[in-house]
Design a protein around this ligand. Structure first.
Ligand code: NAD
Length: 265
């Protein structure tokens, strides 16, 4: 997709971080926006920012862990704009702690948002977009953590490896259609993910929340720079989008070397 002017983009997790930056980047390209987030007030603030940039934008409070909520988001998008061209399944949450310290609710929450949120987005939008027949693009936010395991990332790794597999499969299924597919695989980005840990009651732990240990790095990227890479990938139809290419090359390279050692005997 080269031309975003007048096209409709749906972005989940749009109130903050990467989703907010994607919304603003697409606003700058003339897209109409359907911005979704579970948090109403920051969503409205982000929607107003997009509007200030000249975009027609609606905010739809959405819980991506629920299929019905994502279906309602799709209905709202088609009702308001009559078409959907870009869907960015981006909402995500993190716990950064040993998986053996995670309880059932931690697993359920991370998988419900990071994996089921993407599945719900695929199910609510893709068939309808194919039926409309227009050129479009699906972006799923995975992570560098979808390509290699890291200490303290067990639960998150599980969700993001699944998103990588899902997205590679989706790209195969859609290869002869007008819909392109990309997965965003960031390293550390300067967002609210380490502090936005408020979780819905359905996923409330019995005891205290496991502490989210912040990863300190001098290598964090600004969300706007990540969004620019995603926009470029939509334009070129590239499947993989990394924010930190050198870091990803080193870490993915190590994993592949190890696999090849085993396979080479
Ligand atoms: N920040 C990083 O370093 C980093 C690195 C790799 C991948 N990611 C991924 O990027 C994506 C965006 O995260 P971010 O870093 O911008 O974090 P963020 O916390 O700034 O934004 C995530 C947004 O998702 C929303 N959200 C959470 N649960 C939701 C739900 N059930 N339904 C709808 N919205 C919900 C939050 O309210 C928040 O506004 C996530 O999928 C995350 O896993 C982030």
């Amino acid at each position: 997709m080269k031309d975003f002017k007048g096209k409709t983009a749906v972005i989940t997790g749009a109130a903050s971080g990467i989703g907010r930056a994607m919304s603003l980047a697409l606003a700058d390209r003339g897209a109409k926006l359907v911005m979704a987030d579970v948090k109403a007030e920051p969503l409205e603030a982000a929607r107003q920012e997009a509007e200030v940039r000249g975009a027609e934008a609606i905010g739809v409070q959405t819980d991506v862990t629920k299929q019905a909520s994502v279906e309602a988001l799709a209905d709202a998008a088609w009702e308001r704009f009559g078409a959907v061209h870009i869907v960015h399944n981006n909402a995500g949450v993190l716990i950064r702690a040993p998986m053996l310290d995670a309880d059932e609710k931690d697993w359920e929450w991370i998988l419900a948002v990071n994996l089921w949120g993407v599945i719900h987005g695929i199910r609510a939008f893709v068939q309808r977009m194919l039926a409309a027949g227009a050129e479009g693009h699906i972006v799923n936010t995975a992570s560098e953590a979808g390509h290699f395991a890291g200490d303290l990332y067990g639960v998150y790794n599980t969700s993001k490896f699944a998103v990588v597999g899902l997205t590679e499969s989706l790209a195969r299924e859609l290869r002869n259609t007008p819909l392109g597919v990309s997965m965003l695989c960031p390293g550390q980005v300067e967002t609210g993910i380490f502090t936005n840990t408020s979780r819905p009651d359905a996923f409330r732990r019995h005891g205290d929340d496991v502490p989210v240990e912040r990863r300190d790095t001098d290598n964090a990227m600004e969300p706007a720079d990540v969004a620019a890479k995603v926009v470029a990938a939509i334009e070129t139809g590239e499947l993989y989008v990394f924010s930190h290419e050198d870091e990803a090359r080193a870490l993915i390279g190590k994993r592949h070397e190890r696999l090849m050692r085993v396979l080479d005997g």
